[in-house]
Design a protein around this ligand. Structure first.
Ligand code: FPP
Length: 232
């Protein structure tokens, strides 16, 4: 593939880290950091629309997050139940479509109904797509894809394999932003991130401002993506 300079990413994926520390700094329970984090999702999805970025993915709950204290897991599930519809209504106002990806089979029927309603009541996608990753784990996703291919009895190639992933229909991220200071991928989109530009910052997720997004975009615009080719 040809090398190219990038102006704007088509798809940004976020690892939203730092909610707990944000709350702790304010002597609040960790859970209030997650509540505050939803506002960042809403704000950034709208900013993406303004800038012309089509896809935004948010890693909201990983396959490993179940090992957190039960009270925190319960709170996160409760937050989904209580706030997902209002998030989707806000996205709908800007015609942003909400997609939920991950292994959803583990969630209760009640929550699955909420997910269905939230996706149905969001926008058509003309204003962009917000992809909320729930009970998402990249290794789990890849193994499922492999097993699905085996069951079909059909060999896959790099492109057709993508259709067996949770992100089917969504282009690979051009830029991954991880807030909260850690520099790792934490089992997020391992297949899709093969040639993604990575951006790490110390800012805690609830504090990640629109200005900071612009800084990340400026940084991205300076990078030369070679996709394994040579500098031209
Ligand atoms: C990581 O911060 C964040 C999470 C595990 C959860 C993110 C979830 C949300 C922002 C809410 C999603 C809900 C809806 C309704 C869309 P952390 O807890 O690991 O923070 P720390 O590193 O400071 O401990």
């Amino acid at each position: 593939m040809k090398s190219k300079k990038n102006s704007l990413p088509n798809h940004i994926a976020f690892i939203m880290d730092g909610n707990g520390r944000w709350a702790k700094k304010r002597l609040m329970p960790r859970t209030s950091g997650h509540k505050e984090g939803i506002k960042t999702i809403e704000r950034l999805s709208e900013k993406a629309l303004e800038l012309g970025i089509k896809y935004m993915s948010y890693f909201a709950f990983s396959t490993e997050n179940w090992s957190r204290p039960k009270s925190e897991v319960d709170y996160l599930l409760e937050l989904l139940e209580k706030r997902l519809i209002s998030l989707s209504e806000r996205l709908q106002k800007n015609d942003i479509e909400l997609i939920i990806s991950g292994d959803l089979s583990i969630f209760s029927d009640k929550l699955l109904d909420v997910f269905g309603e939230a996706m149905n009541s969001s926008g058509s996608g003309k204003g962009g797509v917000a992809n909320l990753c729930l009970n998402y784990g990249a290794r789990d996703e890849i193994i499922r894809g492999v097993n699905a291919a085996v069951v079909k009895g059909k060999k896959v190639d790099e492109e057709s394999f993508k259709e067996l992933l949770y992100t089917n229909g969504i282009p690979d991220p051009d830029l991954l932003i991880r807030t909260g200071g850690e520099k790792r991928l934490s089992n997020f989109m391992l297949y899709q991130l093969a040639y993604t530009e990575l951006y790490f910052c110390d800012t805690l997720w609830p504090d990640f401002s629109n200005e900071e997004l612009l800084i990340a975009l400026e940084n991205y615009a300076k990078r030369e993506r070679r996709f394994g080719g040579l500098k031209q």
